[in-house]
Design a protein around this ligand. Structure first.
Ligand code: MG
Length: 160
C-alpha cells in the first residue's frame, strides 16, 4: 500500500469585530481571526497538509487571497475542495493530527466538537482524527493574545 504524508502550518492575527472559527466550529470569544476568508487557521493548516501530501503546492496557490470569490468564504468549503483533490488522486485519508496553539480561549471544551466536525467534513471515523490544544506559555505573538497558530499532519493511503 502506498502512503503519503503532509504537514501544514498557519497563523492568523486576532482582532476585534470578527467571529472566531476553528475547525469549522464557532468558538465564543471576544475576538476573531483576521483574514480574507473566515480565517479558520485550523482548516487552513489542514488544507496545506493535505495539499502537501498530494504534492499539489499550497492553499495560497489554489485559493489566492486576491481573488474576490474567496472573500469571507467559509473555510469548510475550501477543505471540501481539497478533499475532492484527495479523492481525485485516488487517495483516502488515513489519519490527521492537529496542534492548535492559542493562549486564549482555552480549547478543552471545544476539542470534541471540532473533532466531530472534521470527521463529518472529511467522512472520517473518530479514531482517524486527533486534536491537541496548547498555549504558548505567554511567549511571542500567540502568548500575547495577538494570534492563533496551527500545525497539521496527515497521512494518506493510495486506494484505501
Ligand atoms: Mg490562513
Amino acid at each position: 500500500m502506498q502512503y503519503k504524508t503532509g504537514i501544514g502550518y498557519d497563523i492568523h492575527r486576532l482582532t476585534e469585530g470578527r467571529k472566531l472559527f476553528l475547525g469549522g466550529v464557532e468558538i465564543p470569544y471576544v475576538k476573531g481571526l483576521l483574514g480574507h476568508s473566515d480565517a479558520d487557521v485550523l482548516l487552513h493548516a489542514l488544507c496545506d497538509a493535505l495539499l502537501g501530501a498530494l504534492a499539489l503546492g499550497d492553499i495560497g496557490e489554489h485559493f489566492p487571497d486576491t481573488d474576490p470569490q474567496y472573500q469571507d468564504i467559509n473555510s469548510s468549503r475550501l477543505l471540501k475542495m481539497v478533499k475532492a483533490l484527495v479523492d481525485k488522486g485516488g487517495y483516502k485519508i488515513n489519519n490527521l493530527d492537529i496542534i492548535v496553539i492559542t493562549q486564549e480561549p482555552k480549547l478543552g471544551p471545544f476539542k470534541k466538537l471540532i473533532k466531530e466536525n472534521l470527521c463529518a467534513l472529511l467522512d472520517l471515523s473518530v479514531e482517524a482524527v486527533n486534536i491537541k490544544a496548547k498555549t504558548n506559555e505567554g511567549l511571542d505573538a500567540v502568548g500575547r493574545l495577538e494570534a492563533i497558530a496551527c500545525f497539521a499532519a496527515v497521512s494518506l493511503i493510495k486506494g484505501g
